[in-house]
Design a protein around this ligand. Structure first.
Ligand code: OAD
Length: 257
């Protein structure tokens, strides 16, 4: 079946890159952005633009506390799909995980699965990390929990000792992705022999252009997503299935022979 021949391609590939979105964390309980129960049904993307943060940080933070509660209230564990990618890295079949997610679950899975002497896949968090904040004055990054707590208690906008306003350490709408990170992601996409897009609607730019870049530089592109995506036409393999079904199966096929 085509999963088996795809597993063969992964086994013989020099460079395999995974690209993930909210769908890989959905089985862990983290809500997705789009689709049924997506957070953009309850919140307006316009509340979370970089322009609004700059114009009115108080109102931005007030809304952001609500979004944070909706998305990250509770502690989430990596699921079988995160673990499968970590295992693929441990067995030296995965170079890097490029993720649009800000939940930190790929890092947690790699910490849990990969031993000290095994190869680790690189993890590039293209949209930052929701568990951290960054001071817009002095640039210091810190754990977000106490800062979100302060904001929830009415300290709006929360500021650093230096007087600068804290910003969630994520990429907001209308904000540039960190240049070095997106450059490295583009290079990895271009150099990949196999590129697997997992659990992403592939509609947000510039991240969504990565699978097209991989395809046009000759990679075999696979898409694992419950729904169809605008990039399906450029893909060689498409599985419209749950990530926690497909990825463990795939990794078993890759590592078993
Ligand atoms: P989306 O919410 O747009 O898409 C998630 C996709 O995952 C959907 O197409 C679902 O069909 C699919 N999905 C859900 N559960 C799944 C499962 N168990 N197995 C397989 N597929 C599943 O999320 P992203 O594509 O990550 O940006 O969204 C991209 C960006 O848009 C986010 O990073 C965020 C958002 O606005 C910023 O915040 C800058």
């Amino acid at each position: 079946d085509d999963l088996e021949s795809f597993a063969d391609e992964i086994r013989s590939a020099e460079t395999v890159v995974a690209f993930t979105g909210a769908g890989i964390s959905a089985p862990s309980g983290v809500p997705t952005f789009r689709g049924d129960d997506g957070v953009w049904e309850k919140f307006d993307e316009g509340q979370f633009t970089y322009g609004r943060f700059q114009r009115d940080p108080e109102a931005f933070w007030d809304d952001r506390v609500g979004l944070q509660r909706e998305m990250f209230d509770g502690t989430y564990e990596p699921n079988a799909a995160h673990e499968a990618l970590a295992e693929l890295g441990r067995t030296d079949h995965l170079e890097a995980i490029l993720t649009q997610n800000t939940d930190g679950l790929h890092g947690d899975a790699v910490d849990a699965v990969v031993g000290a002497d095994d190869p680790e896949p690189a993890i590039l968090e293209l949209h930052g990390n929701s568990q951290r904040v960054r001071c817009t004055g002095c640039g210091t990054r810190r754990d977000g929990d106490p800062i979100f707590e302060r904001a929830a208690n009415g300290d709006l906008p929360p500021t650093c000792d230096c007087g600068g306003v804290y910003k969630p350490d994520v990429v907001l709408f209308g904000e540039q992705l960190p240049g070095a990170v997106i450059q490295r992601a583009r290079t990895l996409a271009r150099e990949s022999d196999v590129f697997i897009a997992i659990g992403s609607s592939l509609v947000v730019q510039p991240a969504a252009s990565l699978p097209r870049q991989a395809a046009s530089s000759g990679a075999t592109v696979a898409i694992v997503n419950l729904e169809s995506t605008p990039v399906d036409g450029a893909a060689d393999v498409i599985r419209r299935e749950d990530v926690t079904d497909v990825l463990p199966q795939l990794v078993e096929l890759v590592t078993d022979s």
